[in-house]
Design a protein around this ligand. Structure first.
Ligand SMILES: *Cc1c(COP(=O)(O)O)cnc(C)c1O
Length: 231
């Protein structure tokens, strides 16, 4: 068994335990393996260990890596998307989790307009209200969601994601996870959408996120070990 496979097995057991504490089924949570700074070999090991979704936070890093990973997986963009990288992002990613403004939704829509492709997207929400963070503010979320649903037929609104302010104590992130879940429930009701996905929880706090309803956890270091260079 590769080192990554051992880690994947251990983390899956923790996901299952968190699900069981929350009265949920283990398969209700997707494990997105976040491979930033890791090489294509590590990604291939993760896929061999049963991972089917890979997260990258930089478009150019994915451009260097994805062609060297032959095994099939769905690649999710989880970092900021600039307008001038949108076309490239569409070539490299199957899901974009970081739509956080109308301008970027419109840009993706224009690029996809002449194609039959419908891109699954999540809206990134700045739940903590930190000035320096990307993500749409909670009070503006409904307007962005409504825009995507009514004006972007080539985007399929699948859910919301958040990165709470860093805190070494995962319990301090619990209110933010709960706030995102409540916002998603309101959105689904207001826009008549099916249940939205909740992409929340990282290596330090994924168990708390699962207890608060996460349907996807984005795990980097706990799957791959320490990052190979600072990001
Ligand atoms: C790096 C990153 C992760 C994974 O972080 P770990 O602490 O390594 O699990 C999750 N989400 C986003 C947006 C990231 O940039």
């Amino acid at each position: 068994m590769s080192e990554v496979a051992g880690r994947v097995a251990a983390v899956r057991a923790r996901i299952a335990a968190a699900c069981s504490r929350a009265g949920r089924e283990a398969r209700s949570v997707r494990l997105l393996a976040v491979s930033k700074t890791q090489g294509p070999e590590a990604v291939a090991e993760a896929i061999a260990a049963g991972i089917d979704a890979i997260g990258e936070n930089r478009v150019q890093e994915a451009q260097a890596k994805r062609p060297h990973v032959a095994a099939p997986a769905r690649w999710h963009l989880i970092g900021p998307l600039q307008r001038n990288k949108a076309r490239l992002a569409l070539e490299l990613f199957d899901v974009i989790e970081t739509v956080d403004r109308i301008e970027i939704a419109d840009r993706l829509e224009v690029l996809l307009a002449a194609t039959p492709r419908v891109l699954p997207v999540l809206l990134e929400v700045n739940v903590g209200g930190e000035a320096t963070k990307s993500g749409i503010a909670l009070p503006d979320l409904a307007r962005l969601a409504d825009h995507v649903v009514t004006s972007c037929p080539h985007l399929a609104l699948r859910g919301v994601m958040t990165v709470p302010p860093y805190d070494p104590d995962p319990e301090r992130s619990r209110p933010q996870f709960a706030a995102l879940r409540e916002a998603a429930e309101r959105l689904s009701a207001d826009l008549g959408l099916p249940r939205l996905e909740l992409s929340m929880g990282m290596s330090e706090d994924f168990e708390v996120a699962i207890e608060e309803g996460a349907t996807e956890v984005r795990l980097g270091r706990i799957v791959f070990g320490d990052r190979r260079q600072p990001t």
